[in-house]
Structures are given as C-alpha cells and as structure tokens.
Ligand binder design. Structure first.
Ligand code: ATP
Ligand code: MG
Length: 159
C-alpha cells in the first residue's frame, strides 16, 4: 500500500494529544513528501509508540516530531529532552522486554513497544535507530528511514 506520511504523522500527533494533552508536541512536516510503500496503520502505531515513550521518559519539555526527505529516503524522528539513554543501552532498547531501570516499578510498560516498532519498520523496508547524546546534552531521538517511492509510480497508483 501507499502511505501518505504527512497524514499519518498528523493523525499520530492528534492521538497523542488526546492521550496526554498536557504535553506539548511540535510537528514539522516537509512539504511535498513523497509517498512511501508500507501500511498506514503500522506506521501510525510506531509513531504513537515513540510519542508515548517520549512522554513517559522524556521529561517535561516539548516533544518534537519531524518528517523530511533525505536523498531518496523519508526520514521520520521523534525527539525528547528527557534524561536520555546511556550508550550501552542504545541497541538493547529494541529488544523484547528490555526496560531500563525496571526496578523502579513506577512507569508502566511491558518493554515491548520498541521491539514491535522495529519489527513493523523493518517489515516496511525501513531502519530504526536510537540516539542519545547522553554526555553532551539530554534527550533521546528515535529516527527511522524508509525508501521513498518514485514519484511517477506513486502518482499512477494514487489515481
Ligand atoms: P511498552 O512500550 O511495551 O509499554 P516500555 O515503554 O517500557 O513498555 P519500550 O517502548 O520498548 O518499552 O522501551 C524500552 C525501554 O527503553 C523503556 O523501558 C525505557 O527504559 C527506554 N526508553 C524508551 N524510550 C525512551 C526515551 N524516549 N527516553 C529514555 N528512555 C527510553
Ligand atoms: Mg514504550
């Protein structure tokens, strides 16, 4: 299926605003994003999960989400200014049931969100990674890259 990324981002942000209206979300969507091949429902789930994590673990400052193109790829990311993830855990956060500091028992979750997100992203031909400049700055960015569909193909399919 063809996915209109801008629509999916806006819908995920609307949903997040319903679930946690107190948290500010800044959205930046490049104009004329190409379509991508994938599934809007899966992509929406992934984005909502990332926003949910940014809300749970991301401190008080606004969350930002953006969608843009970079050469032949669509890049999507969710960034927060929370306490971040130490370098040794950056890969592990995508493993099933991995939760940092799970002993604190205060923040609910199962540790499945990011492993499911990674599965969905890869099923759509994309890649996902976590970055957290823990020492220099606070915060976490989870970003995804997907191959962009060729414009001619997408126009034909749209019609
Ligand atoms: P679930 O999503 O299944 O409800 P969860 O949020 O604990 O539970 P994941 O979304 O897979 O599980 O995240 C795994 C772990 O990665 C989290 O428990 C948390 O320790 C860490 N993590 C995820 N996102 C962030 C973030 N934005 N900032 C800091 N830590 C994060
Ligand atoms: Mg989660």
């Amino acid at each position: 299926d063809w996915v209109d990324v801008a629509d999916v981002v806006r819908a995920a942000v609307d949903r997040a605003r319903k679930y946690f209206p107190e948290r500010e979300i800044e959205t930046s969507i490049a104009p004329d994003l190409p379509l991508m091949r994938g599934d809007s429902v899966l992509l929406g789930q992934v984005l909502f999960n990332l926003l949910d994590n940014a809300n749970k673990y991301g401190g008080e400052e606004p969350i930002s989400i953006y969608a843009r193109t970079d050469s032949n790829e669509i890049v999507l990311s969710v960034t927060d200014l929370g306490k971040g993830i130490p370098p040794r855990d950056l890969e592990q956060v995508f493993e099933k049931f991995f939760r940092r500091g799970k002993a604190d028992g205060r923040t609910p979750g199962t540790g499945l969100g990011l492993s499911i997100a990674k599965g969905f992203v890869e099923a759509m031909g994309g890649q996902i990674k976590a970055e957290s400049p823990a020492l220099r700055r606070r915060g976490t960015r989870i970003s995804m890259r997907f191959p962009a569909a060729k414009a001619e193909i997408s126009e034909k399919d749209r019609a």
